[in-house]
Structures are given as structure tokens and as C-alpha cells.
Write a protein that binds this ligand. Structure first.
Ligand code: NDP
Ligand code: A1CAB
Length: 268
């Protein structure tokens, strides 16, 4: 369990996902964590559910903790960073999960601190996330170790050079949104084919889950698995022909690219 205090600035969806994982895995004890959020209802909820300290004042978090996890929207980064000027303890590690916000911007805003840019994803909520991290220029191995410890509490971690972070954001950061739409659409397809919605929903979810598990455990190439499902003149090739005609692959490729481009835009 960490003897350093953790500050979470922004207790929204992703902040809570990380918080719940860290507490569940006992990386932090609740009394070692302070969360700031402007919403009184949100603070009340987080303090009741996780028994962490809460405040509406980001400055209080900055002054009292040794690792600061930034989890606000990228659009308010400049304002939040300005507000913290001169308050961080020397050597406080800044871990930012803000889409698009570059190490250059982070280092300019927090000159005295090692900064780490991270892109997690929402499956972190159930410990099944995957995060990529990129380290700033004054980061030392101990800082990477601490950040990795935090992120492995909620899933897998990869380290990448910073120029790849927008691409990561377009794929694994935003990816849960694409997969959720796919599951919803598969369910609707089942309903269109006559299945009761509850059964269609279970079949859609378990099919995506099972396929991912099979690919992961067997190390099969996805194309190989597709070939194994596809009997000559059978049902799957009839379905695949429709997906190809509708540009399914191309739509996914473009989605990842567009989300990565948007990440770059958010940081500029
Ligand atoms: N959601 C996701 O899948 C992922 C998100 N991210 C990144 O995580 C960050 C947060 O996203 P997400 O959790 O989805 O967004 P949320 O809106 O759910 O969370 C942001 C939280 O910050 C609060 N907040 C607003 N202003 C301030 C402030 N000045 N000081 C402190 N807290 C403030 C918000 O309160 P209020 O709502 O009252 O304004 C909200 O509770 C973003 O930068 C995003 O790029 C990264 C990976 C995945
Ligand atoms: O949509 C967003 O901007 C955030 C970043 C990655 C996932 N959600």
C-alpha cells in the first residue's frame, strides 16, 4: 500500500473508474486519497461510496498530496493548471489522463514536477482496462513504477513514445464506445430476426466477449478465426458480404483515425 498521498482532480467517469480500482486493489487506503470536484452531489457520492476525502478546491488537493491525477476535461486544462501554480509540493508527480493534452503543455504548466501522460479506458471500472503511458523529460524509473502500479490496478499497461498517444486515444481510449455500439446493433439485428430483446442482448454480449477471449487465449489471427467460422456457401459469408458492402471495416478504420485527429485538436 502506498505511503504517498494521491490527489484526484475531477471525480467523473474516468476518475471514479481509476479510484475504485486503486482502492479495491489496496494500492491506496481511502484516507490516503483526496478528490476534488465542483459538484456537491458528486463529492457526497464519492465520499459515501469510497470513504475518500473530498473538496471543491483543487488547490487543497495539490498542496496535500504527492501524486496528482488530473481527470478533468481537456477543454479546462489551462484554467485548472493556472489555479495550481506554486502550490504543488516539490517533486509531486503529475499523471494526466486528458485526451490530447501533450507532455509539452503539461511540462510548461508544472515546471517543477515529473509529468506522465496516460490514456486509460472505461473497462478500467471493472479491472479490465488497458492504458498507454508516455513519460515526460524529467521522469525517472521510480515515477514510471508508481504510475504503472496505479494503472495496473485497473488493467494492462503499455508504454509508448508520446507521438503515438493520439492514435492510442482513437483506438483503446474511445474504442469502448465503438464496441458498445456494435453490441447494441447486434442485439437489434437479433430482434429484427425475431429474438426477444433480453435473449438477443445476452447472445450479442457473450459473442463479443467470447470472441475476444478466444483470440486472446489462442493467439489466433482474427482473419484465421473468421475463416474458421465461415463455411463454404454458409450463413457467415452471407453476413460478411453485407458488412463488406456497407463498408464496416473502412468505417472502423476511419473512426479510429477521426478520434485520434480529434485528440490532437483537443490538445492544440
Ligand atoms: N471517459 C472516458 O472513456 C475517458 C476519458 N478520458 C479523459 O478523462 C478526462 C475526464 O473524462 P470523463 O471522466 O469522461 O469526464 P467527466 O465529465 O465524467 O469527469 C470530469 C469531472 O471533472 C469535474 N470538473 C469540472 N470542472 C472541474 C474543475 N475545475 N476542477 C475539478 N473537477 C472539475 C466534472 O464535474 P462537472 O461534471 O460537475 O463539471 C466531472 O465530475 C478527460 O480529460 C478525458 O479526455 C481518458 C480516457 C477515457
Ligand atoms: O471522448 C473522449 O474525449 C474521451 C477520451 C477517450 C475516451 N473518452
Amino acid at each position: 500500500m502506498s505511503e504517498f498521498k494521491l490527489g484526484l482532480i475531477g471525480g467523473g467517469v474516468m476518475g471514479e473508474a481509476l479510484l475504485s480500482g486503486l482502492l479495491a486493489k489496496r494500492i491506496y487506503a481511502p484516507e490516503m486519497v483526496m478528490v476534488s470536484d465542483p459538484s456537491g452531489d458528486r463529492r457526497e457520492f464519492l465520499s459515501q461510496k469510497y470513504e475518500v476525502g473530498v473538496t471543491s478546491d483543487n488547490r487543497e488537493v495539490a498542496a496535500a498530496t504527492e501524486v496528482v491525477l488530473l481527470a478533468v476535461k481537456p477543454q479546462i486544462f489551462d484554467w485548472v493548471a493556472d489555479d495550481l501554480k506554486g502550490l504543488l509540493k516539490p517533486g509531486t508527480i503529475i499523471i494526466s489522463i486528458l485526451a490530447g493534452v501533450t507532455l509539452f503543455k503539461l511540462e510548461r504548466a508544472f515546471r517543477e514536477s515529473p509529468v506522465i501522460r496516460v490514456m486509460p479506458n472505461t473497462p478500467a471500472t471493472v479491472g479490465a482496462g488497458v492504458s498507454a503511458l508516455a513519460a515526460g523529460s524529467s521522469v525517472e524509473p521510480t515515477h514510471i513504477k508508481r504510475a504503472t502500479e496505479i494503472l495496473t490496478a485497473v488493467g494492462d499497461v503499455v508504454q509508448v513514445p508520446e507521438y503515438l498517444m493520439d492514435a492510442v486515444t482513437g483506438l483503446s481510449g474511445s474504442g469502448p464506445g465503438y464496441v458498445a455500439i456494435m453490441i447494441e446493433a447486434l442485439t437489434d439485428g437479433g430482434v429484427a430476426a425475431g429474438l426477444p430483446r433480453a435473449i438477443a442482448s445476452k447472445l450479442a454480449l457473450d459473442t463479443v466477449w467470447g470472441t475476444a477471449q478466444l483470440l486472446r487465449e489462442s493467439q489466433l489471427h482474427p482473419a484465421e478465426l473468421k475463416d474458421r467460422v465461415t463455411s463454404p456457401g454458409g450463413t457467415t459469408i452471407a453476413g460478411i458480404a453485407e458488412l463488406e458492402a456497407a463498408g464496416f471495416r473502412s468505417a472502423l478504420i476511419k473512426a479510429v483515425k477521426a478520434a485520434g485527429d480529434r485528440s490532437r485538436e483537443l490538445g492544440s
